[in-house]
Design a protein around this ligand. Sequence first.
Ligand code: NAD
Length: 371
Amino acid sequence: MKGKIKVFSRFVNTTKETRALANRQSKSLNQNYLLRFLLRRNDKLDEILIFVTSNSKIMTTKILIIGACGQIGTELTMKLRSIYGNENVIASDIRKLNTDIVNNGIFEVVNALDYNQIEHLVEHYQITDVYLMAALLSATAEKNPAFAWDLNMNSLFHVLNLAKAKKIKKIFWPSSIAVFGPTTPRENTPQYTIMEPTTVYGISKQTGERWCEYYHHQYGVDVRSIRYPGLISWTTEPGGGTTDYAVDIYHKALKDEKYECFLSEDTKLPMMYMNDAIRATVEIMQAKAEDIKIRSSYNLAGISFTPAEIAKEIKKYIPNFSISYKPDFRQKIADSWPASIDDSRARTDWSWKHQFEIDVMTEVMLENLRK
Ligand code: NAD
């Protein structure tokens, strides 16, 4: 509980008059709380009344996740429910796409492009924190640039404006390594560097970062963001990104013992096992506001590898596994992205550190997908 707590009075053998006084006082305070304790001492009943005055609030974190049925949203929802309790985490998506998420807690259908729908949920559940995971990803966005721009930008504006209007307290919004472009230094890409993205997805993420920083500086909005690398998980299918091959490859290795990769064998990209990404998300949201010094988005690194390197790791468990390469339109996107990321600012500011390396990740992925 945070705020000013005032002990109004302590009554011994409470009388009718003192209770009436307490009730009057209680009503005169807007939105206050009256806590009443009865204590028995030496056979006498003592009553202690505590008023929590109107500028006080019981600080419960109430979370709304928009896009909860996606690759990241699914695992994030499960993690947040385990930390904050099912009743404090409201999952939402445009459709009921994942039975685990829909059936194991509160779920609402919402369109991230509809401000009124989001505002209604925020008010109804007294939401404090919003995690906006709905977006069109890199490969899908290239097929429908106008809609990608609409969804990726306007959903962000809706949430930023809710925070500006003080209806919510904190926002998590993911950015991506797609904010970088072909003119960015590819190895150990710095936090601050040339950013000339060539995809509509990258343009939308870079613009989103600028707006996040603007809303923080101009309106004090507490928005926090990470530039996720390509994410690898076994629970949910990836949602149409350029790094999806690094998930597909495990599925096909187990099913067919072979895989045709849509990127060339030496395309090195920054990647991360999902557990690390979820932990980073929770940690940045739980960090003290003053420690979050970058309000556009933080570089975040895990492991960088090529399709040939991941195939080599898989062969340790499935010796007959073979890989072939047939680059498609996603090769051009991958070529415009960094190969490795310098995330020293995240490490310094909020103590980020990745845990999963490629060998452990491969073992865990194969073990779980075999079940
Ligand atoms: P995803 O495509 O798997 O999931 C997105 C979810 O949003 C889906 O469940 C979808 O139904 C939902 N959605 C789409 N339109 C919606 C709408 N109008 N209203 C409500 N929900 C809607 O994506 P993901 O991989 O989980 O990515 C989540 C976020 O993280 C995105 O912003 C993405 O850009 C970012 N990101 C992801 C990766 C990655 O490797 N997965 C990497 C970098 C950044």
